[in-house]
Design a protein around this ligand. Structure first.
Ligand SMILES: NC(=O)c1ccc[n+]([C@@H]2O[C@H](COP(=O)([O-])OP(=O)(O)OC[C@H]3O[C@@H](n4cnc5c(N)ncnc54)[C@H](O)[C@@H]3O)[C@@H](O)[C@H]2O)c1
Length: 368
C-alpha cells in the first residue's frame, strides 16, 4: 500500500496549492497526485475544448475556476480568495504548430499570462513559492548532439518556443527585481523556480499534433497514423517524471531552501532519446492496432529535429532521477489508452501507484 502523504517529506499535506492549467494533460495528473498527498488543491484554466478530457474523467474533487490568465481581475481575485501557499504555473498554449496559426494568442497567453501570475503573487502575501513550468524549447536550439544546460542561451525559432524563452528571461528578471534572494525574508517571502522538461507522454493526453495522441486516436479507429519527421529525436518521458521533479522543487522551496530558486532541467536518461519512428514501433508492440505510415514533410512548418536536455544539475544538486526507463514508459502509456478504449478503464491511479512503488524500490530522494 502506497503512503502518499509521506512523499516529498510530507510537505504537501494540508498545503493550499494552486495549479494553473489543472485540466490540461500535465495539470490533471499533478492535481490528482497532489490531492492524494493531502493538499488542498485549486485550479485555474480555460474550459476544456477537447473531449474526452482527462481531468473531467478523473474528477479529482478539487475546487477550480474556468477563466483566462489574461483576465487580470479574475486572476487576482482568485489568488485573493484562495490564498495559495505555492503555485504550480502550467497553463499555456502548449503546442508548436498552433503557435504558427495564432502567434499572438500563444505569446500573449504564455508571456503576459505568466506576467499576470507573477504580479498576482506579488499582491498575495500567502504565496511562498512558484514553480514556473516552461519547456526544453526555451533554449536556442543549435541542433547539436549535446544536451542543453540550464545556463545555455535562451532562444526559440517558432512562436511557441520563443514564448517559453521569453518567459524564462522574465522569470530571471522577476527573480532579480522582486524576488531577489538577498532580500528574501526582508522585503519579500517568495522563492521562484522555473522548470524545463522535454516531450512528455502518458495516458489522458488528447491534444492535436502530438505523436502519442495521434497514434492512439488512429489505433482506436483501426486506422494508420501518418508520421511526419520519423527521424526527429526527442527525450521521451512519462508525465509523472517531470511532475516528480516539479514537486521536488516545490518541496525544497517550501522548506525555504533558497539555492533551489533557479532554473532546472528534468529529462530522461540519454537512452530514452529515441526517434519518433522508434517510438511508434515500440507502441505497436504494446497495442497491435497501432499502424504507422511515413508521410512527406513537404509544406510543413519548421520543427526542431534534435533536442536533448542535460539533467546533471537536477541529478547532482537535487538528487532527482527518473524512475522508469523507456520500455516501462511506452508500455504504461500505450496500455493506458488501450484499456481506456477497449475496456473503458482509467489506469491513472494504478500508474501513479506503480510509479511510486518503483521510485521507493530505487530509493529516489522524494520517497525517503
Ligand atoms: N506536454 C509536453 O510534452 C510539454 C513539454 C514541455 C513543456 N510543456 C509545458 O507544460 C505545461 C503544461 O502542458 P500540457 O501538456 O499539460 O498542456 P495542455 O495543452 O494539455 O494544457 C494547457 C492548460 O493551459 C490552460 N490554458 C491555455 N490557455 C489558457 C489561458 N489563456 N488562460 C488560462 N488557462 C489557459 C488550458 O486550459 C489547459 O488547462 C505548459 O506550460 C507547456 O508549455 C509541456
Amino acid at each position: 500500500m502506497v503512503n502518499f502523504e509521506k512523499l516529498f517529506g510530507g510537505i504537501y499535506k494540508d498545503k493550499v496549492v494552486l495549479v494553473t492549467g489543472h485540466n490540461g494533460f500535465k495539470g490533471s495528473w499533478l492535481s490528482y497526485w497532489l490531492k492524494q498527498m493531502g493538499a488542498k488543491v485549486y485550479g485555474y484554466a480555460l474550459k476544456p475544448e477537447i473531449a474526452p478530457n482527462h481531468f473531467s474523467l478523473l474528477n479529482p474533487g478539487i475546487e477550480y475556476i474556468e477563466a483566462d490568465l489574461r483576465d487580470v481581475k479574475t486572476l487576482e481575485d482568485y489568488f485573493e480568495k484562495i490564498q495559495p501557499e505555492i503555485v504550480f504555473h502550467l497553463a499555456a498554449q502548449a503546442l508548436v504548430r498552433p503557435s504558427y496559426t495564432d502567434p499572438v494568442g500563444t505569446i500573449s497567453t504564455n508571456v503576459m499570462g505568466t506576467l499576470n501570475v507573477f504580479e498576482a503573487v506579488r499582491k498575495t502575501k500567502s504565496v511562498k513559492a512558484i514553480v514556473n513550468v516552461t519547456s526544453d524549447k526555451c533554449y536556442e536550439n543549435k541542433e547539436w548532439i549535446w544536451g542543453y544546460r540550464e545556463n545555455d542561451p535562451m532562444g526559440g525559432y517558432d512562436p511557441y518556443s520563443v514564448s517559453k524563452g521569453m518567459v524564462e528571461l522574465m522569470t530571471s528578471s522577476y527573480r532579480n527585481s522582486f524576488f531577489n534572494l538577498k532580500d528574501y525574508k526582508q522585503k519579500h517571502d517568495v522563492l521562484l523556480a522555473s522548470v524545463r522538461a522535454g516531450n512528455v507522454i502518458g495516458g489522458g493526453d488528447w491534444a492535436t499534433d502530438r505523436l502519442i495522441p495521434d497514434i492512439v486516436k488512429a489505433a482506436a479507429k483501426q486506422e494508420a497514423v501518418l508520421i511526419r519527421n520519423p527521424k526527429a529525436t526527442r527525450p521521451w518521458q512519462h508525465v509523472l517524471e517531470p511532475l516528480s521533479g516539479y514537486l521536488t522543487i516545490g518541496w525544497r522551496l517550501l522548506e525555504e531552501k533558497t539555492e533551489y530558486a533557479d532554473g532546472w532541467n528534468f529529462g530522461p536518461d540519454l537512452d530514452s532519446n529515441l526517434s519518433v519512428g522508434e517510438i511508434a514501433e515500440l507502441a505497436k508492440k504494446v497495442w497491435a492496432e497501432v499502424q504507422i505510415k511515413i508521410g512527406s514533410n513537404k509544406d510543413e512548418h519548421h520543427e526542431a529535429n534534435l533536442l536533448m536536455l542535460d539533467c546533471s544539475k537536477a541529478n547532482k544538486l537535487l538528487k532527482w532521477h527518473p524512475v522508469w526507463g523507456i520500455d516501462d514508459t511506452i508500455d504504461t502509456t500505450i496500455s493506458w489508452y488501450k484499456d481506456f478504449y477497449e475496456k473503458d478503464v482509467l489506469n491513472t491511479q494504478k500508474d501513479i501507484e506503480n510509479f511510486v512503488r518503483k521510485a521507493v524500490e530505487k530509493e529516489i530522494i522524494w520517497t525517503k
